[in-house]
Design a binder for this molecule. Structure first.
Ligand code: ZN
Length: 272
């Protein structure tokens, strides 16, 4: 290979990596999306349209304008697959978990105000569990963390988490998921409200320990986690629609086609 060929090859590699390609910019009612390609931008816009109003309702939050960066490689980004800072969502890894990542980061964006009283790992666990609960039927289980781990997770601050190694971060995240799945959505809302009434900046660990079962029980969490009175009717309706599919067909008609993934109940209405 000649020197010029080598240079051309190097340029080709740079272009292929897209590190220097300008991002695709898409203005949406939810916010400005900057993405590595048109497909990621379009998919993200669809997910925001679907999930942004739901997450906003869930946390009784006001509408925010924000930026979303999807699949972009930027050297100054934090070393996470996805994260949110006020007014900005960054999703670096684009794969078939994009739905879950979008909801997870929307939770971080909208669980603000009184919700800032949640311990750091509880906030993180909540983003995971809500993202599963809104993404159709799911079941999650996690090994029991033990009392010491639960206490440790309840007092861990964000700085300590971010500077820890990956194994510790994973262990704390799983413990956060265990706490949130066991406390349940209604109790979580109650604890946040109680802390706001008492003017507390942080919910005391004891409040969680009282609301939790023995830490020797495995975490069990399913798609009904968000059901109940504490959940906004719009979100409840969305969950109900997601789990069931109604087909109306004329008398004597025939159902063809397939049932989409995630649907667990099929209602058939025979039209008169
Ligand atoms: Zn998170």
């Amino acid at each position: 290979m000649s020197r010029i060929d080598l240079r051309l090859a190097a340029l080709g590699l740079l272009l292929a990596s897209c590190a220097i390609c300008p991002p695709v910019v898409l203005e949406t009612p939810e916010g400005v999306i900057r993405a590595a390609n048109k497909e990621s931008a379009r998919k993200t816009a669809e997910l925001l349209e679907l999930y942004e109003p739901l997450v906003r309702d869930l946390f009784h939050a006001g509408r925010q304008q924000f930026k979303v960066d999807v699949g972009l490689w930027r050297p100054f980004d934090l070393d996470f697959e996805a994260y949110a800072t006020p007014g900005h969502i960054v999703i670096r890894k684009v794969d078939d978990e994009l739905d879950r990542r979008v909801v997870h980061e929307l939770v971080h964006l909208y669980a603000a105000g009184d919700w800032d009283a949640l311990p750091y790992m509880v906030d993180e666990g909540m983003a995971w569990v809500v993202s599963w609960a809104l993404n159709g039927p799911f079941q999650a289980t996690a090994d029991p963390p033990g009392t010491e781990r639960v206490r440790e997770a309840l007092v861990l601050e964000g700085d300590a988490y971010l500077s820890a190694d990956e194994a510790f971060q994973t262990e704390m995240t799983i413990t956060g998921i265990w706490i949130v799945s066991h406390v349940g959505w209604k109790s979580l809302v109650d604890l946040v409200d109680r802390a706001a009434e008492q003017g507390l900046e942080r919910i005391p660990p004891e409040w969680f320990l009282m609301a939790l079962p023995s830490p020797s029980e495995p975490a069990k969490c399913d798609s009904h986690w968000l059901d109940g009175d504490a959940t906004h009717p719009v979100v409840r309706q969305f969950l109900e629609d997601r789990r069931s599919m109604t087909v109306a067909l004329p008398r004597g008609g025939k159902v063809t086609g397939s049932i989409p993934p995630g649907v667990t109940e099929l209602r058939i209405i025979i039209q008169p």
